[in-house]
Design a binder for this molecule. Structure first.
Ligand SMILES: *Cc1c(COP(=O)(O)O)cnc(C)c1O
Length: 379
């Protein structure tokens, strides 16, 4: 699915040298590499504050802690996403409210959010799923109208640019009140272990969060709030510093591969390609840069999707089903309040979606082989 080795080969000398330098310096935690990476990512995203942390799941949890959300507060998020999003809501004893997604872009459905808002709703967590920006204009409008926080789960979308109705371009993760990302190795900006970060333009919130990630300390050995221990280490930071200048190139390569895949499938009416539209018809991603293709995900109609997975695997083509089970149907997150009729899109997507290999090292020959095998099966 990913070719981390090929990508490493291209930056090998720099990465090896900088990792050795960290070891020589012994500044393993909170060292200068972490501070430098923080500043470089702030500049790249044009966001005032980046707070590095241990992983993308922590980032979401800490963002919610920073906003002071309390047990019983309702947090609306998408039914079709990785479980981390709903997991931290539940862990903090907030009430997860899962809603359906849009059939065209697979991101949280705006009408579904509207229907789910109650007097107890405190936050919306849009996920920029598969690297495509959610409809942030509509989400920010709803949030302003109902006095809600917006926490962007940008684990899959780092580097995407969202163009709002008024033409302003903003990197995803820097649009809501707070954003989070993951540097898990296979993410678009991945380190060589675990890592994550929280983003915000709010000075007070950034201050609060900096204490939370460090045991609730704002002054050494003074613990003002209940915090956690969540750090990005210097070795990961130095890897990320080597990769960040290449992020736009990495994302362009992904987009290029996606374009080639979609071209090969364009004549097949059983295959729906992720042209994706981020603003319900306003903007096509090809022209607005709102899709960084963390995954290239097809919807296959009139096809035995699991048979297709087996067919591809039989030809040594890795593929993935993200995600096979809707969150509302997972044992841990089942809730009597949920009504199947409210999840028609997710329920169908989980049966028809399939993600093809997507990374920065895909060449034309591989793409031709993969698309050939898909078309052979889908017919
Ligand atoms: C990867 C991912 C996370 C969690 O990131 P980790 O670093 O693995 O904890 C959260 N949300 C989404 C949507 C993800 O894809």
């Amino acid at each position: 699915m990913v070719d981390l080795k090929g990508q490493y080969e291209q930056i090998k000398e720099q990465v090896n040298t900088s990792i050795l330098n960290v070891i020589e310096s012994t500044a393993f935690i909170n060292g200068p590499e972490v501070h430098a990476f923080q500043a470089e990512l702030e500049a790249y995203l044009a966001v005032k504050h980046v707070i590095p942390c241990a992983n993308g799941t922590d980032a979401l949890q800490i963002a919610m802690m920073g906003l002071g959300l309390k047990p019983g507060d309702e947090v609306i998020t998408a039914d079709f996403t990785f479980a981390a999003t709903v997991e931290v809501i539940a862990l903090l004893q907030l009430t997860p409210v899962l809603v359906d997604v849009d059939p065209v872009n697979f991101n949280i459905d705006i009408e579904a959010i509207k229907n789910a808002i109650t007097p107890r709703t405190k936050a919306i967590v849009p996920v920029h799923l598969f690297g495509l920006a959610a409809n942030m204009d509509a989400i920010m409008e709803l949030a302003a109208e109902h006095n809600l926080y917006v926490i962007e789960d940008n684990a899959q979308g780092i580097g995407a640019t969202y163009t709002s109705k008024n033409g302003v371009k903003t990197k995803t993760g820097a649009i809501g009140h707070v954003g989070s990302t993951s540097f898990f190795p296979s993410k678009n900006l991945g380190c060589y272990g675990d890592g994550g970060a929280i983003f915000t333009n709010d000075d007070d919130l950034a201050h609060t969060i900096r204490g939370i990630v460090n045991h609730g300390m704002y002054k050494r050995y003074h613990h003002d709030v209940v915090g956690v221990n969540s750090r990005l280490d210097s070795i990961q930071a130095t890897v990320l510093r080597a990769k960040l200048p290449h992020l736009d190139t990495y994302n362009s390569k992904r987009k290029e591969a996606a374009r080639k895949y979609s071209k090969a499938f364009s004549e097949n009416k059983n295959i729906i390609t992720p042209t994706g539209v981020c603003n319900s018809g306003n903007t096509i991603c090809d022209t607005c840069d709102c899709h960084v293709f963390h995954q290239y995900t097809l919807v296959v109609k009139n096809t035995d999707r699991d048979g297709l997975v087996q067919h591809l695997q039989a030809h040594d083509i890795p593929c993935g089903v993200y995600y096979p089970i809707p969150l509302h149907a997972q044992k841990a997150y089942k809730d009597a309040r949920y009504n199947e009729a409210d999840f028609t899109v997710t329920n169908q997507l989980v049966q028809e979606c399939i993600s093809l290999p997507m990374h920065t090292e895909l060449d034309d020959e591989q793409i031709a082989f993969i698309t050939g095998k898909v078309l052979e099966f889908v017919g």
